[in-house]
Design a protein around this ligand. Structure first.
Ligand SMILES: [Zn+2]
Length: 128
């Protein structure tokens, strides 16, 4: 039998946990927003170790693999990795919003190890 005190204590623990979760989520969101601004406004490009690549989907313009930066928001997009790495700075590279396109990530088990990531051997040694 759960007492009223135990019930009350559980609610307080839940509220404290929610506060930690919400603060952590906010910190992560702010950190990514700051990182994206450094990319977008100050040409601080991403490296392969910052990116999650698609299994097979590539940019329609330059054939580089599509990718997104680790830690991005759920409303971000798959982008030409050449653009993210500062190689493709001209217009017309592929960008597909997560909310509108289903792109298979290299991290999905159903990708069976396929990836559009260049230099796979080098990247497997970097931290995730
Ligand atoms: Zn491209």
């Amino acid at each position: 039998m759960i007492t009223k005190e135990q019930f009350q204590q559980a609610i307080e623990q839940r509220d404290a946990a929610e506060k930690v979760i919400n603060e952590y989520t906010k910190q992560s969101r702010d950190a990514f927003a700051a990182r994206w601004e450094r990319f977008d406004k100050h040409n601080e490009y991403f490296t392969d170790s910052d990116l999650i690549y698609s299994a097979t989907s590539r940019c329609k313009k330059c054939e580089a693999g599509l990718a997104y930066p680790k830690g991005c928001d759920p409303w971000h997009q798959w982008t030409c990795s050449g653009v993210l790495k500062g190689i493709g700075t001209d217009k017309g590279h592929t960008a597909l919003p997560f909310s509108m396109y289903e792109v298979l990530s290299e991290q999905q088990p159903s990708a069976n190890g396929e990836t559009t990531r260049p230099n796979r051997e080098l990247d497997s040694k970097s931290s995730v």
